[in-house]
Design a protein around this ligand. Structure first.
Ligand SMILES: *Cc1c(COP(=O)(O)O)cnc(C)c1O
Length: 401
């Protein structure tokens, strides 16, 4: 079956008694036992819920894994996975990383004695240099957030496997429609399903997919023990979002490519970041993924443009998230990446001239039109300020005379 078909059919015929086409929402937290020692397969909703199970099986199939787990957020999914590690363990992590993940690692998990090294994973030798006798896991984002750097997932996972490390991929930006890390050798995939999988900026959710029976059993126990599970109503919202993933991803990508071209030629823009723009990274991306996605970043020539552009945009919202049908612009330095110390941020390239766009599914001409008018207004306002400053200086000179 093609992925598009698989996506649309999620949850159908689950209401076998009624023939419901849309999956029923089971709010029940408790499930009656037929007899002593017997179960319908459902006992208590934290352990298993019929609506949640549909979305969990769907993501496991889409990613090609053994089991899926729905969590209350992307961060809850990451925290649940981190339960696999113990005091003294060390992990190697993508240098250019979602700020909330960095905060969880550095502000919470280091207190439990787990340590992390942040490495540019495009450099395979750097992985060897960062490894210690206590390393037992590697956590990868590709393409990275916000600089869209592409990691060779297959090569990184192969190294991890050779050394007996667990490889974990945050597949939020690509989704299983474009990239399936388990097929490239990863052990675990996590998602902030709040983003493309949900797709409508209206549900907070996280997903985990595991490879193999042993690992799946361990994560099942952690999911149930920690309890950061997704509620049934949110499971249904997420399921509804996932059904249109294929159509949305195609449109997000088409628009992102058009905006990339527009930004590359605009005089106010210094640099654009999109996986097609660096030849080696493009080659890797094309080998491991079915496309480039709907996220892009760009650096403007002067930081004074930033507040003016953000003030002038009318269609594109200045808001902190990504992956929804509505286009959003983010200023990583003070929003998504504020938790990362300035020194590291600068080293990575998340500077005060960088803006990130989550390109929605609006008509591309309207998106280009909005950016274009915002750049023009920013330019005019900055020139206006300059004139005002000159006028002020001249008038004070006149007064002094
Ligand atoms: C948003 C995001 C997360 C965190 O997910 P939440 O659903 O907000 O908890 C993790 N990783 C990436 C890449 C993200 O974009």
């Amino acid at each position: 079956m093609h992925t598009e078909t698989q996506l649309v059919q999620i949850g159908k015929n689950r209401g076998r008694i009624t023939g419901a086409v849309s999956c029923p929402v089971y709010h029940s937290t408790a499930y009656e036992h037929p007899a002593l020692g017997e179960s319908t397969g459902f006992d208590y909703t934290r352990t298993a819920n019929p609506t949640r199970q549909v979305v969990e099986q769907a993501i496991a199939e889409l990613e090609g894994g053994e089991a899926g787990f729905a969590c209350s957020s992307g961060m809850a999914a990451i925290q649940t996975i981190m339960g696999l590690f113990s005091k003294g363990d060390h992990l190697i992590v993508s240098l250019d990383l979602y700020g909330g993940t960095y905060r969880l690692f550095e502000e919470v998990l280091t207190r439990y004695g787990i340590t992390f090294s942040y490495v540019d994973l495009r450099d395979l030798e750097a992985i060897e240099e960062a490894a210690t006798p206590y390393t037992c896991g590697i956590f990868v984002e590709s393409p990275t957030n916000p600089l869209m750097r592409v990691t060779d997932i297959r090569a990184v996972c192969e190294r991890a496997r050779d050394r007996g490390w667990l490889s974990i991929i945050d597949n939020t930006f690509m989704t299983p429609y474009l990239q399936r890390p388990l097929e490239l050798g990863a052990d675990i995939v996590i998602h902030s399903a709040t983003k493309y999988l949900g797709g409508h900026n209206d549900v907070l959710a996280g997903l985990i997919v595991t490879k193999g029976k042993d690992l799946s059993e361990k994560v099942f126990a952690l999911h149930n023990s920690i309890g950061a599970v997704l509620g049934p109503q949110d499971c249904w919202l997420l399921m509804r979002g996932i059904k249109t993933l294929a159509l949305r991803m195609e449109k997000h990508q088409e628009n992102a490519m058009a905006l990339t071209q527009f930004l590359l030629t605009h005089p106010a823009v210094e640099e654009v970041f999109y996986p097609t723009l660096h030849s080696e990274e493009r080659r890797i991306q094309e080998e491991q993924a079915g496309g480039y996605g709907g996220m892009l970043s760009f650096r403007v020539k002067d930081p004074v443009f930033v507040p003016e552009i953000l003030r002038s945009l009318r269609l594109i919202s200045f808001a902190e998230s990504l992956g929804g049908v509505e286009s959003l612009v983010t200023y990583p330095a003070t929003q998504t990446h504020a938790e990362i110390p300035e020194e590291i941020r600068r080293k990575v390239g998340v500077c005060d001239k960088l803006l990130r766009l989550s390109v929605g599914i609006e008509h591309m001409d309207d998106l280009i039109g909005d950016l274009s008018q915002a750049f023009d207004r920013a330019q005019a306002s900055i020139e206006g300020e300059g004139v005002k400053r000159d006028e002020l200086r001249n008038s004070s000179l006149t007064q002094r005379k």
